[in-house]
Design a binder for this molecule. Structure first.
Ligand code: FES
Ligand SMILES: [Fe+2]
Length: 402
C-alpha cells in the first residue's frame, strides 16, 4: 500500500509545494488525476477529519433517515426517537448488505433488504428472522444481539450542519470551527433557518474548491457578479479589499471592513443577519477543510457540502439559510430568489454561465481536463492573491506525509 504523497508524486514535487509561496509550485497534476492519490487522501486525510455530511434540517423529524456516501464510505444518518442525530456505517452485520437504500421518513426501525434483519434507530439489532428457526431469530439466544448492532460513526451537530469523524479522534468540533466564528464575527448563525437545497455533480477533483479560495479570478470568471477589479483591489495602493486569510482548518475571503467599500448587492428586502452587540457586520465566504463551504453575506448564509467521489468527480449539495420566517414566508419569496440567483444563476442550470457556482464549475471542469497534460505540473501562485491555495496544499501534505 502506498502510504505517502511523495511515494506517488515524487519527493521533488512535494518539496516544491513546501517552498515559501514565492518559489513554490502547487500540487502536481497526479494529485488530481491519480486513483492511488485519491485513495490515499480518503484514508489518511478525509477519514481523519470532521467531514460535513448533511444539513441538520434534511432529517427534521424522529425516524427520518438518509443514506449517504461520505469519504467513500456508506453511512446512515438518522434522527432517533429522542430527536438526536446518529450516524452508522450503512453495512448490515449479517452479510454486509447496505441496510438503507433511500431517504426515509418516520421509520420505526431499519430492515435490511437481503434477509430482513431489523435494527432500531439507535443501531441495536432487534430481529434476525428465522436465523435460528424462530420468528425473531433471537429466541434461542444463539445470536449475540449486543455484538451485532450497526457500527456507529462519531457524529456531531453544529448549528445547521451534521459532521462525522470516521477516525474518532479529530479535535473537538468547536476547536475545528473556532476560526470560522472569528472570521464571521460571531454572526448569529442560530437565528438562520433552512430554506432548501440544490444538488449537482461536476467532473473535477474536489481540491478545486480550496484551490479556488482566492479572489484573483473573481472579475474574470464571475462576469455580472464581480464587475470590476476595483471590487477586490484598491487600484491606487494595490491593497486587497478582501484579503485572503487562513487559520487552522478555514480559508476565508472576508471583506476587510476597516478599509473596504462594500460590494454592491442587489436589493432583496430580506432581513439582515444579526451580529452581537459591538461586533461589526462582515461578509465572509469561508471554506472549511476538507469539504464544506459556509458563505456569509448580508442577508443569507449559503453552504455547500462536497463529496469527493473519484479523482475527477465530485458532488455538491448547496443549502440556503435566511433569517427566521424569511426562510419560508411568501412575502420574502422574491428576495430569496434574488439572493439565490447570485449563486445559482437565473437559469438554475449547471450548464449555464450565469451564477457564481456554475461559473466556477465550468472552470474546474476545464482545469481537470488540462490536468491530464504533461505540461500541467509546474503551477505557480501569486503571493499577493493566492496564499490560500498554497496553505491548503501544505495542509493536505501535513496529513499525507505523516
Ligand atoms: S445481509 Fe442484511 S440481513 Fe442478511
Ligand atoms: Fe469563483
Amino acid at each position: 500500500m502506498t502510504d505517502t504523497a511523495s511515494a506517488i508524486v515524487g519527493e521533488n514535487a512535494v518539496a516544491a509545494v513546501r517552498q515559501p509561496i514565492e518559489k513554490a509550485w502547487g500540487l502536481p497534476a497526479a494529485a488530481y488525476t491519480s486513483e492511488e492519490f485519491f485513495r490515499l487522501e480518503q484514508r489518511k486525510y478525509l477519514r481523519k477529519m470532521w467531514m460535513a455530511a448533511a444539513f441538520e434540517a434534511e432529517i427534521p423529524e424522529p425516524g427520518d433517515a438518509l443514506p449517504l456516501i461520505v469519504a467513500g464510505l456508506p453511512i446512515i444518518l438518522v434522527r432517533n426517537s429522542n430527536g438526536e442525530i446518529k450516524a452508522f456505517h450503512n453495512v448490515c452485520r449479517h452479510r454486509g448488505m447496505m441496510v438503507l437504500g433511500e431517504p426515509c421518513q418516520g421509520l420505526k426501525q431499519f430492515t435490511c433488504p437481503y434477509h430482513a434483519w431489523g435494527y432500531g434507530l439507535d443501531g441495536e439489532l432487534i430481529r434476525a428472522p428465522f436465523f435460528d428457526g424462530t420468528p425473531t431469530g433471537i429466541e434461542k439466544g444463539d445470536l449475540d444481539t449486543d455484538a451485532y448492532g450497526l457500527v456507529p460513526v462519531r457524529c456531531t451537530v453544529w448549528h445547521h450542519w451534521v459532521f462525522v469523524d470516521f477516525g474518532g479522534d479529530a479535535p473537538p468540533i468547536e476547536e475545528h470551527l473556532a476560526p470560522l466564528l472569528e472570521f464571521m464575527n460571531d454572526a448569529d448563525i442560530g437565528a438562520m433557518r433552512y430554506a432548501g437545497k440544490v444538488e449537482w455533480e461536476f467532473q473535477a477533483n474536489w481540491k478545486m474548491v480550496g484551490d479556488n479560495w482566492e479572489n484573483y479570478h473573481h472579475v474574470y470568471v464571475h462576469g455580472g457578479v464581480f464587475a470590476k477589479m476595483s471590487d477586490d483591489i484598491d487600484m491606487e495602493t494595490s491593497e486587497l479589499w478582501s484579503k485572503p486569510q487562513h487559520k487552522g482548518s478555514v480559508l476565508t475571503l472576508r471583506r476587510r471592513i476597516e478599509i473596504a467599500p462594500s460590494y454592491t448587492y442587489k436589493e432583496t428586502g430580506l432581513p439582515l443577519i444579526p451580529f452581537p452587540e459591538g461586533k461589526e457586520r462582515v461578509t465572509a465566504p469561508n471554506f472549511i477543510f476538507p469539504n464544506v463551504e459556509i458563505d456569509l453575506v448580508r442577508d443569507n448564509i449559503s453552504s455547500i457540502i462536497y463529496e469527493p467521489v473519484a479523482p475527477d468527480r465530485t458532488t455538491a449539495k448547496m443549502g440556503f439559510f435566511f433569517l427566521g420566517g424569511a426562510a419560508t414566508s411568501q412575502e420574502h419569496a422574491e428576495g430569496r430568489k434574488t439572493a439565490m440567483d447570485r449563486w445559482l444563476g437565473p437559469e438554475r442550470s449547471k450548464d449555464a454561465n450565469d451564477g457564481v457556482r456554475n461559473q466556477d464549475f465550468r472552470i474546474w471542469e476545464a482545469i481537470q481536463i488540462a490536468k491530464g497534460s504533461p505540461a500541467a505540473d509546474a503551477n505557480i501562485f501569486s503571493p499577493l492573491w493566492e496564499g490560500n491555495p498554497h496553505y491548503f496544499h501544505n495542509h493536505i501534505l501535513d496529513y499525507l506525509e505523516a
